[in-house]
Design a protein around this ligand. Structure first.
Ligand SMILES: *Cc1c(COP(=O)(O)O)cnc(C)c1O
Length: 382
């Protein structure tokens, strides 16, 4: 089977975890701080706060800004559900914004009109508390445009950079544009700690609040345990952090491999009818996933294409989710097809191809050969 993804784990990764397990100090030891130091240096922010997942990171980011009942948070319609779930879990309500058809990222024009609509509907903009753009599949959202609009409306920006550690736009890394950036170390991302997340920020009070919230509300600066808030246990373990530190040292190597493999796919897919990833000028994605758009006429057969490829020993999957049309959001807010027309299309047509460091060019040729055959097959058979 040519797997969709395989984590890049070597013997030094295993050894790092082993050392922590042998030490007996599995949690709240020195490894988390060391991992945070490496991540903040790499991203280029003053602080990095390690947590148990990117979902936890996003949840704490919203809570640290005081977002709660009856607040509104703007978010992209096309993402993993966690990006919107955390808004609901704060008691707030997501305001979804459609995406660009080429980059799959939040469309700044759609953001502008969503804000205009809220104003027109007489809805008080004062309930609007933040914007969460997502760096979809490891490519930065259109941050200059989004930041300009957000600043005009005085809205803090939380980057969902789950897939984008190491990605840049205009030379500026993911996680440094907004007031906070949230990263994931789930095995589906370029490097992993099993489960794991990090929040990056340059803001000292936010850094403090995030640390309080992740650890039962305990003030990290007080000598004796002092619980100043009702907090969570969203901590990362020491063996995850030790693994993360070793993984971080490999990140540039892994990103280089992913970019090289993506360029090979780009070439092999020429004239296949599938639209290859579109990279705007000055954008350097890290290809958390290599996602193509199938020709419009075969989109209704995407599931068949996925199973045809599986029979050939090739694992593929959809791109990501149409959040407003997933059952919970569709029913709760009465969304329908047509409300987010670009997301409608991209959700149906996106196909994620195998991509991991150990994928060979030979395997990539097989993937593309069978993809071409599958597209031709479903086109002929209707
Ligand atoms: C993976 C992912 C998440 C969730 O990350 P976890 O670490 O699994 O909680 C959130 N947002 C996006 C865009 C993701 O791709």
């Amino acid at each position: 089977m040519i797997r969709l993804t395989v984590p890049s784990l070597d013997s030094d990764d295993l050894e790092a975890v082993r050392q922590v397990l042998i030490s007996g100090q599995l949690v709240q030891g020195p490894r988390v701080a060391a991992f945070e130091e490496v991540v903040s240096k790499y991203v280029g922010t003053k602080y990095a706060v390690a947590v148990s997942s990117c979902t936890a990171a996003l949840h704490l980011a919203l809570l640290s800004l005081g977002i709660g009942a009856n607040d509104l948070v703007i978010v992209t319609a096309f993402s993993y559900v966690a990006t919107a779930n955390v808004i609901e879990l704060c008691g707030a309500r997501p305001v979804f914004v459609d995406i660009c058809p080429d980059t799959f990222n939040m469309d700044p024009d759609a953001l502008e009109s969503a804000l205009g609509n809220l104003e027109k509907m007489g809805r008080s903009l004062s309930r609007l508390k933040a914007v969460i753009p997502v760096h979809t599949f490891g490519q930065l959202a259109h941050m200059p445009g989004i930041m300009e609009i957000a600043e005009r409306y005085r809205l803090p920006v939380i980057e969902d950079a789950a897939c984008a550690l190491g990605a840049t736009h205009q030379g500026r890394p993911a996680g440094t544009w907004g007031i906070m950036g949230c990263f994931s170390f789930h095995p589906r991302k370029a490097i992993t700690t099993g489960e794991g997340g990090v929040i990056t920020t340059n803001d000292l009070p936010l850094n403090h609040r995030l640390r309080v919230l992740r650890n039962h509300g305990q003030n990290p600066d007080s000598e004796a345990p002092d619980f100043v808030l009702p907090g969570f246990n969203y901590r990362m373990t020491d063996f995850q952090a030790a693994l993360g530190t070793v993984q971080m040292a490999k990140l540039d190597r892994i990103i280089a491999a992913r970019r090289r493999l993506a360029a090979v796919y780009d070439k092999l897919l020429r004239d296949s009818g599938a639209q290859i990833p579109v990279i705007p000028a000055q954008s350097h994605p890290v290809y958390q996933a290599y996602v193509v758009l199938l020709p419009e006429n075969v989109a209704p057969c995407r599931n068949r294409i996925i199973s045809i490829l599986r029979e050939k020993g090739i694992e593929t999957t959809i791109g990501t989710y149409h959040i407003p049309l997933s059952t919970f959001y569709r029913i709760r807010y009465d969304y329908q097809a047509g409300d987010f027309p670009v997301t409608d299309q991209v959700f149906l047509r996106a196909l994620s191809l195998p991509l991991h460091e150990r994928l060979t060019e030979e395997e990539q040729r097989r993937v593309v050969l069978h993809l071409r055959e599958a597209i031709a097959g479903v086109t002929n058979n209707g």
